[in-house]
Design a protein around this ligand. Structure first.
Ligand SMILES: Cc1ncc(COP(=O)(O)O)c(C=O)c1O
Length: 381
């Protein structure tokens, strides 16, 4: 099996697994057990992981809150803010191409009287800054725009959007689950108030992530979504998932070290695959903002070819016809429809995700297999 679905999840780097293992066995103590050395030692490991996560995004360690992943970080930013701030502002803004972990909490807030506005998206998947100026106003409480899209890879102009929000006195959140560890992110340069991270998208374990809180939890406007033992300054209580947190830290350390070289290598592999497919079939189109997208992302529409049929014809490859979090749903991707693809074209679209463990030979084999499958399917038309 050649794995080309790195947006859905990434394998744990072996170095990450190795770093995690002692925390299941010898170092099993509860980091909140400060009465003994075993607990203090594990607490130190959690704090070391916090420092490494912070370093990857240019934050202070005190500004990193551990969560169960980007879904929780997104919900905590949105619902925690609306629970915590009652300043009369009732307008909340996002884009139509966010992950469901943004769109669903927004929908819930719409049901209880918040005014939800959506920033229009160009055919490249970019938010139009001029229209953002018009829609973000003095009634706006929160603007949430993803850093990079999980289907088409488009990277947004986050610092510009954040400035527009701040000029109106609104908070700014970005879901950076697909971006952190893949492209350089510096929260100070972006100036965002909240930023969500997921470990399993950057070669760490599943079920752990972080929320960056500008200024840290002591001064945060967020209210917790649940209550308990007081961990994470009571903003996110619950016993620490120590092995996962340690693995997350190790994964961030590796990303920091490898990102520059990895970007060059993965971009070259992505371009090689696209060039090989496009030079064979002139009717393939690339979706997203081609000049400014995630290095490992390739979202391709194969004119006239049903992507489910194409995937079924290449069982040796792990590919996606839409976002992983929507797979199983029969509806064509809402992201592709939001950038102007017809339902028919959305059904003809393949998402390819290339990552750390993809080799040159994987790309050569994948390219040959996809070409053979497309030729076969075209012959049946
Ligand atoms: C952009 C984006 N946000 C949020 C999530 C959810 O992250 P997690 O799996 O950590 O809850 C994903 C995962 O698919 C994603 O791609």
């Amino acid at each position: 099996m050649i794995y080309l679905d790195y947006h859905a999840t990434t394998p744990c780097d072996p170095q990450v697994v190795e770093a995690m293992l002692p925390y299941f066995t010898e170092e099993f103590a509860n980091p909140s057990s400060s009465t003994h050395k075993a607990g203090q030692k594990v607490a130190n490991a959690v704090e070391t992981a916090r420092e490494i996560v912070a370093e990857l995004i240019g934050a202070q360690p005190s500004e990193i809150l551990f969560t169960a992943g980007a879904t929780e970080s997104n919900n905590l930013s949105i619902l925690g803010l609306t629970n915590g701030i009652q300043n009369g502002r009732r307008r909340i803004i996002t884009t139509p191409i966010e992950h469901k972990a943004i769109l669903e909490p927004y929908k819930q807030l719409g049901k209880i009287g918040y005014e939800v506005a959506t920033l229009p998206i160009s055919k490249d998947g970019l938010v139009n800054l001029e229209i953002a100026h018009e829609l973000i106003n003095e009634n706006t409480l929160l603007v949430s725009v993803q850093t990079a899209n999980n289907e088409i890879g488009t990277i947004q102009s986050i610092s510009e959007l954040c400035k527009i929000a701040h000029d109106c006195g609104a908070f700014f959140h970005t879901d950076a689950a697909q971006a952190v560890g893949k492209i350089p992110i510096n929260v100070q340069e972006l100036d965002v108030d909240f930023l969500s991270i997921s470990a399993h998208k950057l070669y760490g374990p599943k079920g752990v992530g972080a929320l960056y809180l500008k200024g840290g939890p002591l001064s945060t406007p967020l209210r917790p979504l649940f209550y308990g033992g007081g961990q994470e300054h009571s903003i996110r209580p619950g016993t620490y998932n120590v092995p996962a947190i340690v693995g997350f830290g190790e994964a961030c350390k590796l990303c920091n070290k490898l990102m520059e070289k990895e970007t060059i290598r993965i971009t070259a592999l992505r371009n090689k695959l696209e060039n090989s497919l496009i030079s064979t079939f002139s009717d393939i189109s690339i979706n997203g903002y081609v000049q400014h997208r995630l290095p490992g992302n390739s979202n391709l529409t194969f004119s006239g070819i049903d992507s489910e049929a194409l995937i079924a014809n290449v069982p040796e490859l792990a590919l996606s016809a839409g976002s992983a979090c929507n797979s199983g749903a029969l509806e064509p991707s809402y992201v592709l429809q939001a950038i102007g693809l017809s339902r028919e074209k959305a059904y003809q679209t393949l998402r390819i995700g290339i990552g750390r463990f993809t080799t040159e030979s994987d790309i050569e084999v994948a390219s040959k297999l996809i070409i053979a499958a497309v030729v076969r399917l075209k012959s049946l038309l």
